[in-house]
Design a protein around this ligand. Structure first.
Ligand code: XIL
Length: 380
């Protein structure tokens, strides 16, 4: 089937235009759920989740899709929303201070569009995945403001009307810096103060008024002192943003989990989600995965523990009606960021089995655990 050239025709940026660059109907199109032809689970997770009023999907990259047709097939079956894993980070489309290269991002938008999938953008502002030239860009207030304005207007504007949601600011909190507000010291904070967060959300809302705008953070789900400090800082930040009338619509809980971690507390997670909901916000699970670091090497035991962790976490989160979206940070063990992460990779050097499908795109117990969690979830 020929691939329609959306890049050249529909995605051309119109400076100053507030009109959506892609048809609005693409945003809400019902996910297509072709059967897997006996190779895997017949009813996709996206359909199960949709039955409960939850949007479900996965992060993926162009490189992964081009490397493995099998990945495209399972994504087509299970995901109702697609998140470009790298392509919408600054390093994914800002080759130079002047330039934008949307080739890879457009590929992902086209992949989702042709399959009737929704899309999430990740991420407009993040202290990581910045291109090398960023360090020598002007770091004073006026320079940084101009940089953010141009970036957000251009990127969010290009896909306006096409994104179900945007992670506007990713990982703004880090209690380690010991600031009273718990914010992370980033080049954006150093140049503009904490106001960079409000600014980014206002710019994103102007550029794409239809997108739900998300503050995305990690380390929020466990009953540890560290996570408690992060929860407090996030709540204070969101409360302030709401009081100032900043267009923020949801908190994204990344949820990079560990199957070996002890003492998950469902009541505490649910209480936190309720506190966020009380601010008038939705809650999204934006990057769910489960490392098996710290577990013995035997595969059946690892797979069972990982599956249990997915199920326990999702059952707790889905019990709260404010929880409206679940995105996995990877669907198959073939491609995972976790083997490269010093905190997530296994110490024995074995590849992690952190996702729902194995490296050959066969469903693991974790697939069934996630399906069970959606079946058990109350509708919203
Ligand atoms: C990861 C990507 O998946 C990797 O391919 C990349 O090398 C590093 O970033 N939190 C986030 C994501 O918000 O953007 C990160 O994604 C994983 C942690």
């Amino acid at each position: 089937m020929p691939v329609p050239d959306l890049t050249a025709r529909k995605l051309v940026q119109r400076p100053g235009s507030r009109k959506p660059a892609l048809p609005r109907r693409a945003l809400l199109a019902a996910p297509l759920l072709p059967l897997l032809g006996g190779a895997g689970p017949a009813a996709g997770l996206g359909a199960l989740a949709a039955g409960k009023g939850v949007l479900f999907g996965t992060a993926l990259t162009r490189m992964e899709l081009e490397g493995s047709p099998g990945l495209g097939r399972i994504a087509e079956t299970d995901a109702a929303v697609i998140v470009p894993g790298l392509e919408l980070k600054w390093s994914g489309h800002r080759p130079s201070p002047e330039g934008f290269d949307f080739g890879d991002a457009d590929f992902m938008v086209r992949f989702a569009g042709e399959r009737g999938k929704a899309l999430r953008g990740h991420a407009l502002v993040w202290h990581e995945a910045l291109p090398p030239w960023f360090a020598s860009a002007p770091q004073d207030a006026a320079g940084m403001r101009a940089l953010l304005e141009r970036h957000i207007r251009t990127v969010a504007g290009r896909y306006a009307g096409r994104m179900q949601s945007w992670d506007v600011v990713n990982e703004p909190v880090e209690p380690w810096y010991r600031r009273a507000d718990g914010l992370r010291e980033t080049p954006f904070l150093r140049a503009l103060g904490p106001g960079y967060i409000d600014l980014a959300f206002r710019l994103a809302h102007e550029a794409d008024p239809a997108a739900r705008l998300v503050l995305n953070e990690y380390g929020l789900e466990m009953p540890t002192e560290d996570n408690a400090a992060r929860r407090a800082a996030v709540l204070a930040l969101l409360r302030g943003m709401r009081a100032r009338g900043v267009p923020v619509h949801a908190l994204g809980i990344q949820a990079h989990l560990s199957a070996a971690a002890r003492g998950f507390d469902a009541g505490l997670l649910r209480g936190f989600i309720r506190e966020v909901a009380a601010l008038g916000l939705e809650v999204y699970v934006t990057e769910l995965d489960v490392t098996d670091r710290g577990l013995p090497p035997e595969i059946p035991a690892r797979d069972a523990a990982v599956a249990r962790c997915y199920r326990t976490f999702l059952e707790a989160a889905l019990a709260e009606p404010a929880l409206r979206l679940v995105v996995l940070w990877g669907l198959s063990d073939r491609y995972t960021w976790m083997n490269d992460s010093p905190h997530a990779r296994r110490e024995d050097g074995l590849p992690v089995r952190a996702h729902l499908y194995d490296g050959n795109f066969r469903p693991k117990p974790a697939w069934h655990a996630v399906a069970d969690a959606f079946r058990a979830a109350p509708p919203r």
